[in-house]
Design a protein. Structure first.
Length: 364
């Protein structure tokens, strides 16, 4: 974590980033992309005078507006030929192209791509106009041009760490029962929220004391989907054991995760997926579908269990078996933490990204 104090927003006309690095975050919701951008940026603060453009990133300097970023990018940064704007979403790519190509600012654009499938037409057009692309996996690199590096997303292992006592951490969460199981993410079919609910309806009768949390928000177009899930829970008589607390803020999330006994992620599609990594760093094993990069996270079953197809019934069987075996669970919890530190640290991701910046600045 940086020891540099958070900077105040740049005023119009001032030097908004003497090191020339701007990180755009223009999405109104806190998503997995936001979490990874924040984790990386916190590790870059000791090296660069970073400016956040748009909406806040936890633990990072206060953001500036797009137009403040434009004003701060009019002149080249000291000792460098151009500023770097790091973008991660379509609107941010559009903003960067506007700044570079229409306003003719001394700016180069770096894009991080996690999607492990062919992008639609607009993202393809935007990505083709980036100055450098960073893919999060070798698979993702197959779908985008201009890849300078493959840098897997990492987890902040200082922010996400095991609790001295898992049971005390869970008791402090305020949720009922003696143990917690959670799915974390947007509530929608693609994320497999219905699979999690079905697995919990199957598993919880065999796991006395366990409470399941469906953590996340449903967009308006998925309101009926959420209502259907709640109806299934009610029909099973499990309203007191399968809870829908909604979205949990980023500051509260680490404390909640370290109180869990298991993280479950059963998406039908996932570009990468960071919630299993956050669980692993917290000493929490996971059960997942074979989407995203979950197989690589699992270490062949050492840190997590991957269910081919991600169907609820086999997932429930694995969940019950793992949580019914205290020794196996403890071994996996320890392996999960070690694997997060050794293979998926955000420090390693930040260094790989920094190397791309330096290559661009040096003209290679």
């Amino acid at each position: 974590m940086s020891t540099r104090p958070a900077s105040s927003p740049a005023e119009p006309g001032c030097d908004g980033g003497r090191d020339g690095l701007f990180v755009l975050n223009q999405h109104r919701n806190f998503t997995g992309v936001t979490a990874t951008a924040a984790a990386v940026t916190r590790h870059q603060l000791d090296r660069y005078d970073v400016r956040i453009v748009g909406r806040p990133l936890p633990g990072c300097p206060e953001p500036i507006s797009f137009w403040q970023a434009v004003r701060a990018s009019r002149e080249k940064p000291s000792g460098k030929p151009f500023h770097i704007w790091h973008v991660r979403r379509n609107p941010e790519m559009r903003a960067g192209i506007f700044a570079r190509d229409i306003l003719r600012l001394p700016v180069r654009l770096v894009f991080t791509s996690a999607a492990q499938r062919r992008h639609s037409a607009l993202p393809r057009w935007l990505i083709a106009r980036m100055d450098a692309v960073i893919a999060t996996t070798p698979e993702a690199a197959k779908f985008v041009p201009g890849v300078r590096a493959v840098a897997p997303h990492g987890v902040d292992t200082e922010r996400f760490h095991p609790a001295p006592s898992r049971s005390e951490a869970w008791a402090g969460s305020g949720y009922p029962g003696t143990a917690g199981i959670a799915a974390i993410g947007r509530i929608r079919p693609e994320k497999g929220t219905d699979r999690f609910v079905a697995a919990m309806i199957e598993a919880l009768p065999r796991l006395p004391g366990s409470t399941a949390l469906v953590i996340g928000k449903a967009a308006p177009e998925h309101a009926s989907f959420l209502a259907g899930l709640k109806a299934q829970v009610a029909a099973a008589g499990l309203e007191q054991r399968i809870l829908f607390p909604g979205e949990i803020g980023p500051d509260a999330m680490p404390g909640l995760v370290r109180g869990l006994s298991l993280l479950v992620a059963l998406p039908r599609y996932e570009g990468y997926g960071v919630t299993p990594l956050e669980a692993m760093a917290s000493g929490v094993p996971f059960v997942s579908s074979d989407a995203g990069w979950f197989k690589e996270f699992s270490g062949g079953g050492a840190a997590g269990l991957v269910i081919p197809g991600g169907e609820p019934k086999p997932a429930a069987q694995q969940i019950v078996a793992l949580l019914s075996d205290a020794g196996r669970h403890a071994t996996m919890a320890e392996a999960a933490r070690a694997r997060a530190i050794n293979r998926f640290s955000v420090a390693a991701e930040a260094e790989a990204i920094n190397a791309v910046y330096e290559e661009l600045w040096q003209g290679s």
